[in-house]
Design a protein around this ligand. Sequence first.
Ligand code: HEM
Length: 132
Amino acid sequence: MESPYQLLGGRESVLALAEVFYDAMERDEPELAALHQTDESGRITSGTRERFGLFLVGWLGGPQEYMARHGHPRLRMRHRFVPVDSGMRDAWLRCMQAAMDTRGVRGPVRGFLDQRFAEVADFLRNRPDAAS
Ligand code: HEM
């Protein structure tokens, strides 16, 4: 059976998804973008883009380059200083939806990814929601 990595079109397509994801974040979700490292022009750094891209490559079934370079992802640990409430979770997921729309990810692999991203983003929640 083909992996999501193969179904998306392999390494270049997955890295492009990560780029388009952070582009959508900068454009549409400034509050979320502001939690990330930015360079002198205010863009989310190429280092962040590359780490997330390589993570996706491995997580979706491609080569485990992220692990080789950075160790086990340990996502909850790596996000422990990032305030993730349900609002940030949903903002993150909107960026990923926009990125997958832009990259033309559709069909069964889209359904699978919608579900997996929603699960991981919810798992990373580490703050109660602000009182309204
Ligand atoms: C739910 C809301 C989320 C927020 C607010 C968030 C925020 C962040 C922030 C602030 C960073 C650090 C980047 C930097 O400082 O430049 C980061 C890194 C990262 N995030 Fe998230 N994230 C979220 C969800 C996710 C999800 C769902 C995944 C995986 C599917 C993910 C995977 C990663 C990876 C792999 C890194 C790079 C870690 C490294 O430095 O090696 N994040 N995230």
